[in-house]
Design a protein around this ligand. Structure first.
Ligand SMILES: Nc1nc(=O)c2c([nH]1)NC[C@@H]1CN(c3ccc(C(=O)N[C@@H](CCC(=O)O)C(=O)O)cc3)C=[N+]21
Length: 295
């Protein structure tokens, strides 16, 4: 069994981006600028956005954190998005999800300028992704592809089973794994809460990507020998022995599944850190495109 070490690979990627930023500075160019909008003060969201801003600082990006109260109206958020769309200095921005219930998430995602949509959540970018056009690929699926690539995991002709059909992980992942090229050329089954005989389907998978959010869902008995197991789950559970008072657990019973798997991602230290690295990569891409457009 080999661990797909997202912590290490994400650090490699951040180093690569940092050296690109250095070259930009040497050429006297503007460095990439990422903005993040956080509505409300959900604990997990604060942690993630904080990690994104810290990562920007580490690699030499400019970053802006826009904090708005949980009582923010849809109009107020849409106005802020318009501002960010028009702000020439900002290359890319994200609106951290989930949003409070008074705000229609679909309206918000549609309002983001597709050229600044480094999350890849705008329908235009989602469509381009499905059609193999150059675009921003959502950071979590992008991170999983990058891990598979850097560890030379063979995906051609393999049966990939994706568990969960969320718009930000499961659905795009199912599309990406079936695309031409590598990592791709996989035969994909997208499973969800209405899937019949899900355990039987999972047992046939060469590659399992679990994006469910149910701790310990995936057990060793459910996976084939030598399966590749990607754990996208990130559930916080209380843990009094941890100074933070909680720990992060994935969907996979790592201790037992790892004995059977050929490759496996840990939680923490797997897909999570990759998500942040690929958001930065998309922001670098946005900066480069933006610069070319200005010429
Ligand atoms: N517009 C938007 N874009 C997102 O990309 C987005 C979002 N909204 N909403 C929430 C999810 C979740 N997400 C994570 C990012 C990093 C870790 C991460 O770094 N996890 C660490 C642990 C971090 C911890 O200690 O909490 C790890 O797995 O090792 C996890 C999850 C991005 N998301």
């Amino acid at each position: 069994m080999e661990i797909l070490d997202g912590k290490k690979v994400s650090n490699d990627i951040k180093d690569e981006i940092a050296s690109e930023v250095l070259k930009m500075k040497e050429r006297g160019e503007k460095v990439p600028h990422l903005a993040a909008v956080l509505v409300g003060n959900d604990g997990a969201s604060l942690t993630y956005v904080g990690s994104k801003v810290r990562a920007c600082e580490r690699i030499g990006f400019e970053s802006t954190l826009v904090k708005m109260p949980s009582t923010t109206s849809e109009i107020e958020l849409l106005t802020k998005i318009k501002e960010l769309n028009q702000n020439e200095d900002i290359d890319g921005f994200i609106v951290q999800l989930p949003l409070p219930p008074q705000i229609d998430t679909q309206k918000v995602l549609l309002a983001v300028d597709p050229d600044k949509d480094v999350d890849g959540f705008h329908p235009m970018n989602f469509g381009k992704m499905a059609l193999d056009m150059s675009t921003f690929i959502p950071a979590t699926p992008f991170g999983i592809l990058e891990l598979l690539e850097r560890y030379n995991v063979d995906t051609k002709g393999k049966h990939t089973v994706v568990i969960g059909r969320s718009h930000i992980v499961g659905r795009p992942m199912s599309i990406l794994m079936g695309r031409k090229g590598w990592p791709g050329n996989s035969t994909v089954t997208l499973t969800h809460s209405h899937t019949k005989n899900i355990t039987q389907i999972i047992s046939q998978a060469d590659i399992v990507i679990s994006a469910l959010g149910v701790p310990d869902f995936l057990k060793a008995e459910m996976v084939k020998d030598d399966a590749v197991v990607i754990d996208v789950g990130i559930t916080r559970v209380t843990d009094d022995s941890n100074p933070k008072g909680y720990k992060i657990v994935g969907d996979v019973d790592f201790e037992n599944v790892s004995k059977k798997a050929s490759f496996i991602t840990p939680v923490p230290g797997g897909v999570g850190p990759m998500t942040i690295a690929m958001l930065l990569k998309n922001t670098l891409l946005a900066r480069e495109r933006h610069r070319r457009d200005l010429k």
